[in-house]
Design a protein around this ligand. Structure first.
Ligand SMILES: [Cu+2]
Length: 225
């Protein structure tokens, strides 16, 4: 149960860094909370006497300007680094295009062979299919090779959607008429699940994302037919 308090176990380097940054910022939040609560307790407990000492104290004014400034910088700098990491590097081995529709995802792997295009619909309760993960199973999952630099272009065919993979530490808005870029490279094989993360209509909850990570050999085999 305590396992589900944190973020999901991640498949990739960026996800692990996001997890570390989350823990680190929670630590700072806790530190601020304890500091504020202690000072409130001290002031209330002293019946207002302590407040007189706070008047026109240059040292105190300097401290409560500089210390929060450093705290904000220590949050802002790593968070900016992470954002640039997610946008990715320049070179890629594979480009995947994920387009959101009401209410399914369509994928294109264009720079490989003749190009692959398919739609990915959720498999529902009434489809007589054994559901392993409720509301997360799709008929055509996105099969990709692990240990590969992959660029994901996220777009939309109608309204705003968002392509999100929590176990990859990734999320990008899918806007009609523009492409957002994500860098996706995973260290181990397995299954990643995600959902549309922008309220897009009545079936918003029923357009899951399923990415299967396989070896290059299996990837080539699965697209050979
Ligand atoms: Cu959507």
């Amino acid at each position: 149960m305590y396992n589900s308090l944190g973020l999901q176990d991640c498949f990739n380097y960026i996800g692990m860094e996001v997890y570390l940054f989350h823990d680190y910022s929670m630590l700072i939040v806790l530190f601020i909370l304890i500091g504020v609560m202690l000072s409130v307790l001290v002031i209330l407990g002293s019946g207002g006497y302590m407040v007189k000492g706070y008047r026109s104290s240059e040292f105190l004014e300097l401290t409560w300007t500089v210390v929060p400034g450093f705290l904000l910088m220590s949050l802002g700098v790593p968070s900016l680094f992470l954002m640039y990491y997610m946008e990715g590097a320049v070179k890629y081995d594979l480009t995947v295009k994920a387009v959101g529709h009401q209410w399914y995802w369509s994928y294109e792997i264009g720079d490989y062979g003749e190009g692959i295009e398919f739609d990915s619909y959720m498999v529902g309760l009434d489809d007589l299919v054994v559901e392993i993960h409720r509301l997360l199973n799709v008929d055509n999952s996105l099969v990709l090779p692990y240990l590969t630099k992959i660029r994901v272009l996220v777009g939309s065919g109608d309204v705003l959607h968002a392509w999100a993979l929590p176990s990859g530490g990734l999320k990008a808005d899918a806007c009609p008429g523009r492409l957002n870029v994500l860098s996706l490279g995973v260290c181990r094989p397995g299954s990643m699940y995600g959902q549309c993360s922008e309220i897009c209509g009545v079936n918003h909850s029923f357009m899951p994302i399923h990415v299967e990570w396989v070896s290059w050999e299996d990837f080539l085999m699965s697209h050979a037919a």
